[in-house]
Design a protein around this ligand. Structure first.
Ligand SMILES: [Zn+2]
Length: 385
């Protein structure tokens, strides 16, 4: 049974809220189809985020293909702030009214996941961060979640199809099931070493039966140089103080000559809990907090009709653009009609929004995943969580 919408249904407006179809009926009867400018912006970010990452553009732009519509936008993977108009659409209203629902759906979820991924990557500093959240969301969107997590700076993904689409090797160790069936952590590790190709890292779970520290030492003594790392995925009911468990394991491994054995941690982690584990861990698997990241709640609002300034309560009318000072980084939202603004520091400011579609034709190419991801990574050092 397939319930999820297919690509064609999305492009034909079949996932759209009914009130946009009613809007079309009303305006057609009234013979009204004005030239309209709309802005996409987020008034407020979730969880007191100070910034967010804008993604979902390449996927959503297809909605507007061949529709006589002009679109300008921040480049995908850009940092943006509350109240900034990240995307502007201009055209006959009936040519795009029904795409508001899917457009927002694409960018709200994509930007939410990418933003969370970037936050986790910043919190982990230079440590490895992997996306382990496939099991928490509908499988039809597994590659979607992992694409936006990867763009946000995550180093790898566990799901096979996601990895294939991103041209990565899927990352993972062994589940508790193997250890339970074989009956012992060390025996399971030896079986893993025997069965799995030699280039694949030997990273073994240590929390199935016994104490994390004791199991880690048993493994290290038995597998010696073959053991690359251990993974701690202790259930929440047994955690007490997870950073202390990880620290004790780390110190004990170091003291017994196993400083080369890394420690990976997974299970209920987010950008806050990562920070406490950093001194003792070399990487993290992030699940639910990433795949179920809070969405960035963009809205789409009319700001001009037939060139006249119009807007609803709570929204400033007129087409605006985002400028940034290339010396001090200060940003400014200003009306397009004004000349290039000058920064308080005396420097000129650069326009950040770019034309991405003209009369339904793409301006330039759809950007590759790594181009978008590198844009995110270049901005990392200016951000914090
Ligand atoms: Zn400046």
């Amino acid at each position: 049974m397939q319930i999820h919408a297919n690509h064609k249904e999305i492009l034909n407006g079949k996932t759209t809220d009914i009130y946009f179809h009613r809007t079309e009926e009303i305006l057609k009867k009234e013979k009204k189809n004005p030239d309209v400018t709309v802005e996409v912006w987020a008034k407020r970010f979730p969880d007191n985020y100070k910034w967010a990452i804008f993604t979902g553009l390449s996927e959503s732009i297809e909605l507007f293909k061949d529709k006589k519509i002009d679109i300008a936008s921040l480049p995908e993977g850009s940092v943006f702030f509350e109240r900034e108009p990240v995307l502007t659409i201009k055209g006959k209203y009936l040519d795009f009214a029904k795409f508001e629902t899917p457009l927002l759906g694409y960018i709200c979820q994509a930007s939410g996941i990418s933003t969370k991924a970037t936050r986790c990557k910043i919190a982990a500093q230079n440590r490895t961060v992997l996306s382990f959240g496939a099991r928490r969301m509908h499988p039809a969107i597994t590659p979607v979640i992992d694409r936006y997590a990867y763009i946000g700076g995550i180093d790898g993904v566990s799901a096979v199809l996601s990895a294939k689409k991103l041209n990565l090797k899927p990352q993972g160790t062994i589940p508790h099931a193997v250890i339970l069936i074989i009956g012992d952590t060390v025996k399971a590790a030896l079986a893993y070493d025997k069965a799995v190709a030699s280039g694949i890292p030997r990273i073994i779970l240590v929390d199935t039966f016994g104490d994390e520290k004791i199991e880690s030492l048993r493994l290290a003594e038995k597998l010696k140089d073959k053991l690359d790392a251990i993974r701690i995925d202790t259930p929440s009911s047994r955690r007490g103080d997870l950073p202390t468990i990880v620290r004790e394991t780390r110190e004990e491994l170091n003291n017994r000559g196993f400083a080369d054995v890394g420690i990976f941690v997974s299970g209920g982690l987010d950008e806050y809990s990562i920070k406490d584990l950093n001194p003792y861990s070399e990487g993290y698997g992030i699940g639910t907090s990433l795949s179920n990241a809070p969405t960035i709640n963009f809205s789409l609002d009319i700001v001009e009709i037939e060139g006249k300034l119009v807007s609803k309560k709570g929204k400033v009318s007129g087409r605006k653009e985002i400028f940034e000072c290339n010396r001090c980084g200060k940003r400014n939202i200003t009306f397009t009609k004004n000349t290039k603004p000058r920064c308080d520091c005396g420097n000129e400011m650069n326009l950040l929004t770019k034309k991405v579609m003209e009369k339904g034709k793409l301006v330039g190419e759809i950007e590759a995943v790594d181009v978008i991801r590198n844009r995110v990574l270049r901005q990392l050092r200016f951000l914090n969580v």
